[in-house]
Design a protein around this ligand. Structure first.
Ligand code: EPU
Length: 432
């Protein structure tokens, strides 16, 4: 088992380079399955979710060539199966994008679904099913496998989502790219990675307009051809480092980002007394004065991202006064507060709102990550705390953060990864 050991209380200074976006990569890799020819994908993050998905494609028959540490060529031309029911599929939430990709390419899909998850209680896929059914697929879910079948190909349709769903928007966009006729998605999600997927598909020959608004029009094309594409920077990885500097104090240049994508995070950090200066492809984050309390509600983009909620809740533990954080996307994303309590925090959760009383400092403790963003939040807590924190469950963190230890060490943090070979390593299942 790997643990992170942090000696907290040091401000962060220096530069950090942000990797490619996890949630764009996990949509673009399945999208490559629909392409006839070689896709060169650049700026891929070096995280375990990406390697799991690439291994799934390999098992299905894709040929994958590593060009350099951030670039790969994927050729799925020879894949002949519409089934992806491997055990690996259950480890990552994003494996459900293979439903849209396989339906688009073959007109049918058998895909194993992720099992339980570590936050959020139920993670339904009713909106995905609603969309594919409107496009002519018969969808059933049995023994954890989703089976979707059409008479030949998906047909264009108008689909109104009852909830704003990133996953359903992406899945329908995938299937619709090779469908017969035109699909309209209404009440679509608008996250930057949705625009990135549309740009990827368009650069391979798809005809998608309106991504980034709540109405997307997808005119189906007969075939997608190979090409080059570079993934956008990771909004949440950048936000996590911004929150870390806000928590510890110091001054850090967050490099290789799209500052516009960070506005929803920067605005709240500024309210908390953090100085943030935007440049063309970097932001400088500086915090010298005590943090000020604030009130936050998470919402779909361009609202404050739910994937930054644990990190911001953590630093609000150290703000002057009482803050509230309301979770507007997931049902139950506050499990990590039990770990923060071990470090002396004062947080009370009522339904979807955390009431956070600011305290002067957190104290290092043994703590355990239960999911990816909770893990990132606990690292931030450890960096801010007095004394030593030992974090378990870091396999979750490594699903979505490339070289976190190296990046934080370069900023002056005292953080080490310890491998303890005698304890069994838990397989991450869930989320993301
Ligand atoms: N929902 C439904 N029905 C559906 C789909 C979703 O009711 O068919 C509900 C969910 O229960 C939730 C809300 O809609 O309350 C939003 O869910 P969404 O479908 O947008 O989430 P997702 O696609 O499963 C992605 C990210 C998550 C991120 C959410 C929200 C990926 C691979 N995952 O999940 O990222 O929290 O969008 O922004 O893109 C993470 O990176 O740590 C992570 C969990």
């Amino acid at each position: 088992m790997t643990k992170y050991v942090i000696n907290g209380g040091r401000p962060l200074y220096g530069d950090v380079e942000i990797s490619g976006a996890k949630n764009a990569a996990v949509a673009i890799i399945p999208a490559a399955l629909m392409v006839d020819g070689v896709c060169r994908i650049e700026n891929l993050p070096g995280i375990s979710d990406v390697s799991t998905l690439l291994n799934i494609l390999k098992e299905m028959g894709a040929s994958i060539r590593v060009v350099n540490k951030r670039t790969i060529d994927i050729d799925c031309s020879h894949i002949g199966t519409s089934s992806a029911t491997f055990e690996k599929m259950r480890r990552i939430r994003a494996s459900y994008y293979l439903i849209g990709a396989l339906l688009g390419r073959f007109g049918r899909a058998d895909v194993a679904m992720p099992g339980g998850c570590n936050f959020g209680g139920v993670r339904p896929i009713d909106q995905h099913v609603k969309g594919f059914s409107a496009m002519g697929a018969k969808v059933s879910v049995r023994n954890g496998v989703v089976q979707a079948v059409t008479g030949g190909t998906l047909r264009g349709a108008t689909i109104y989502f009852d909830v704003v769903s990133v996953g359903a928007t992406i899945n329908i966009m995938l299937g619709a790219a090779l469908a017969e006729g035109t699909t309209y998605i209404e009440n679509a999600a608008r996250e930057p990675h949705i625009v990135d997927l549309a740009n990827f598909l368009n650069s391979m020959g798809a005809d998608i307009r309106g991504a980034g608004t709540n109405e997307i029009k997808i005119r189906g094309v007969r075939r997608l051809r190979g090409g080059f594409y570079s993934i956008i920077p990771d909004q949440i990885e950048a936000g996590t480092y911004m929150a870390a500097v806000a928590g510890t104090g110091g001054r850090v240049v967050i490099k290789d980002v799209i500052p516009k994508h960070l506005d929803c995070i920067s605005r709240k950090l500024r309210e908390m007394g953090v100085t943030i200066t935007d440049f063309e492809d970097s932001v400088v984050v500086e915090r010298t004065d005590p943090l000020i309390r604030t009130h936050i509600k998470t919402m779909p983009y361009p609202g404050f991202p739910t994937d930054m909620q644990p990190q911001i809740s953590t630093i609000l533990c150290l703000a002057n006064g009482t803050s509230t954080v309301t979770e507007g996307v997931w049902d139950n994303r506050f499990k990590f507060v039990d770990e923060l309590a071990k470090m002396g925090s004062s947080i009370r959760v009522t339904e979807r709102t955390a009431i956070i009383e600011g305290i002067p400092c957190l104290t290092g403790a043994p703590i355990k990550a239960g999911d990816l963003r909770a893990g990132a939040a606990l690292v931030i807590a450890g960096l801010c705390a007095r004394g030593e924190s030992v974090i378990e469950g870091v396999n979750y963190i490594e699903r979505g953060y490339e070289k976190m230890i190296e990046k934080l060490t370069a900023l002056g943090a005292d953080i080490k990864s310890l491998d303890l070979p005698d304890e069994p390593k838990a397989e991450p299942r869930e989320i993301g």
